[in-house]
Design a protein around this ligand. Sequence first.
Ligand code: GLU
Ligand code: ZN
Length: 325
Amino acid sequence: MTRGVCRLAPSPTGAQHLGNARTFLIAYWSARSQDVRLILRIEDIDSPRVKPWATQQAITDLRWLGMDWDGEPIIQTERSSLYDEARQKLLDDNRIYPCTCTRRDIEAAASAPHESPASGWAPDAPVYPGTCSTWQNGEPLPTGKPFCFRYRMNAHPNKFTDLVHGEVTCDPLTDIGDFPITRKAEHAEDCLAAYQLAVVIDDIDAGVTEVVRGDDLILSTFRQLQLYESLGQMPPAYAHVPLVTGTDGRRLAKRHGDTRLSHFRDQGMSPETIVQWAAESSGLVATMSLDGLTMHQMHRQMIEQFDWSKLQRSPTIVESFNETE
Ligand code: GLU
Ligand code: ZN
């Protein structure tokens, strides 16, 4: 019997780049430093953005960097009946309501400047103005107009202890607001799960005990904590790791040049170079301490010495990856 479950959860919405690689490696080292099962979950529910080639490429990328996992990959698009069940329970409990607002409606109503969030983390979406929230379970669902299901945010839980950032607090009502748990459709049964719901249901179902992900998702954790509470489940431990950004301070993306792992692989770069960079740039080991080691030795050392307190809390800026060598 192992004592927990960790996961690698790539989204095949495009190629995995350096920033993703570093987050996955940190999750991998943490998992393998504990007596836990490590699962691979493919987060492929974001259908318009998912690319058919990207799942296999993500698996190739992870293997190329010397990572392994336990059991077959879990595929979100094969699990919609689980999400539907949870949606129905939340609806029966009046925790969600149908919302017909368009993105434009919400942006227009939410446009009044509001103060910086209590959390100190930049808002990740406009706060929903509450337009459709008077609906109560038992009333008819909207007809002739697509709707999503939106969760009624509570004032609590308003804090959690992160393994990287320590105590994180916010005011869920004013910093975040009611959030969609499904995509839009004209009929309730066609409202496919959105990220917030799918990730919580999958983590509960797999018994996940530790979530390691980028700290751009820190406010989403407050959304997910509410879902755990509504579903009567214990949340996992969270470690939100700093992102890799370009010199403009923005999360690494196309505009910063080609940092796709597949590109480095095609160019003949050794995966050890990337693993060593991830280890050193995150602060987990001293510069050059992995010099000359094989992939296997590097991973062994990272796993043996793994310690969250060494992880740097600020983002890592990458100018040009080839030049950082
Ligand atoms: N699939 C997300 C990503 O690749 C991670 C979501 C999560 O860990 O909850 O960024
Ligand atoms: Zn609405």
